[in-house]
Design a protein. Structure first.
Length: 183
């Protein structure tokens, strides 16, 4: 696994810190942290491009642009956005009631295993899955794909003017302009 190098002072170091956090979570098998952070990347990236669209519009467009070919036929930007909403706001991989959903009903995640296995209208003897369309994803592979898409996105010149809007966590203190440090 490659490690994103953080270069203090570079305009993209804040985004690289998030990518580094995801990589560290994967390395430490902190699957939930890696997945939750990965799911917010398209929203942040699309907003930093200067999009004035609502999240419901910009997230799927970004996903389809950077990951659409890789997940073609398995995962659409709308279904990924529905997963993001369901997981971050409800802690659920069930997207049946998400307005943004496209073709999937739910997701099944495995830590490190088969990736992109789609099931549709199967009978397992479990009403949670019977007759549903669901996608099995490897958390590791999905997060690596999101990192790769974000690294590609970092080459987009449109984001340079907006990158300063990202949250920054100061270690001990901070200063604004020429004002003295606040500790």
């Amino acid at each position: 696994m490659s490690v994103v190098q953080v270069h203090p002072g570079r305009p993209f170091s804040l985004m690289r810190e998030i990518l580094k956090s995801i990589q560290n979570s994967l390395k430490n098998r902190n699957w939930y942290s890696a997945l939750f952070l990965s799911l917010i990347l398209p929203d942040i990236c699309a907003k930093l491009e200067g999009s004035t669209e609502r999240s419901t519009e910009r997230y799927p467009k970004w996903f389809n642009k950077y990951l659409g070919k890789k997940y073609n036929g398995f995962l659409s930007g709308n279904d990924c956005y529905a997963l993001r909403c369901s997981l971050l706001h409800e802690g659920s991989s069930n997207i049946e009631r998400q307005q943004a959903k496209d073709i999937l009903d739910r997701f099944v995640f495995v830590a490190n295993g088969p990736h992109c296995n789609m099931f549709s209208n199967c009978r397992f003897g479990d009403p949670k899955y019977d007759g549903k369309a669901f996608l099995q994803l490897s958390v590791y592979d999905f997060c690596r794909d999101m990192i790769g898409a974000t690294e590609e996105w970092l080459n987009d010149s449109r984001i340079q003017k907006n990158i300063s809007e990202m949250i920054e966590i100061h270690e001990n203190s901070f200063a604004i302009g020429n004002a003295p440090k606040i500790q």
